[in-house]
Write a protein that binds this ligand. Structure first.
Ligand code: AMP
Length: 221
């Protein structure tokens, strides 16, 4: 598919926390003019805005536990009903994470492809504890670069901080949830013939090139 193609793309991105899934999803969303739908980002916004969903989600998120499928489906169902999704499709980042969520998703919308962005657990553990996020624009960087820039975002000058769920306890809870619930969900997509696995190691631009090749092998034409 070329960059100016009009057919909407419907993609599900899997990958352990810290695999680079959010960054790559944003890049792909721009390339394919598809809305980037990150349930984690939507929930963090809801927490910051103090909405009823945010109030319900806060403590669960901080401890690294998954929210209920019911709550997640309410959030996603509404988002997928928007006009931009109808026009541009979606790149889902962080949803589905359980088999019931996957089943519900396929009842709401068809999926062209699910991608497992594979990065070994020891690498993501290191990345997560060093991750720093701009409190203003959401740009993701690491502790070393954050220190070099005096704790300020290189893009907008906002304050860089550690995510509240990037503590050692919450990281181990999140990786356990990934192994227990999301890995079986990935296998579920594999059994449906909808999954490709892409190596997530290496410079971001190389990872993007691998993702684009995998998408175009399946979705193009
Ligand atoms: P993320 O930024 O994708 O790592 O999501 C941050 C947190 O939001 C997760 O640790 C969960 O507490 C919650 N969350 C996001 N997406 C989902 C989902 N699909 N199912 C359950 N909980 C979710």
């Amino acid at each position: 598919m070329s960059e100016d193609a009009h057919r909407p793309i419907r993609l599900v991105m899997f990958g352990r926390q810290g695999a680079g899934k959010g960054t790559q999803s944003a890049t792909l969303a721009e390339r394919y003019a598809a809305p980037h739908i990150s349930t984690g980002d939507m929930l963090r916004e809801a927490v910051a805005a103090g909405t009823p969903v945010g109030i319900e989600a806060k403590s669960w998120m901080e401890s690294g536990r998954l929210l209920s499928d019911d709550l997640m489906l309410r959030v996603v169902d509404e988002r997928l009903a928007s006009a931009d999704v109808e026009k541009g499709g979606f790149i889902l980042d962080g949803f589905p994470r359980t088999i019931p969520q996957a089943e519900a998703l396929l009842e709401i919308a068809p999926v062209d492809l699910a991608i497992d962005l594979e990065v070994p657990e020891d690498v993501v553990l290191e990345r997560l504890s060093a991750r720093r996020v701009c409190s203003s624009c959401g740009n993701v960087t690491n502790a070393e670069l954050a220190e070099a820039s005096g704790g300020r975002c290189a893009l907008c000058g906002g304050e860089l901080e550690q995510r509240r769920d990037d503590t050692p306890e919450a990281i181990s809870e999140r990786l356990a949830a990934y192994n227990d619930q999301t890995v079986p969900t990935i296998r579920w997509f594999e059994q449906k013939g909808l999954l490709v696995t892409v190596d997530g190691l290496g410079p971001p631009a190389e990872v993007t090139a691998r993702l684009v090749a995998a998408i175009e092998a399946v979705v193009a034409g």
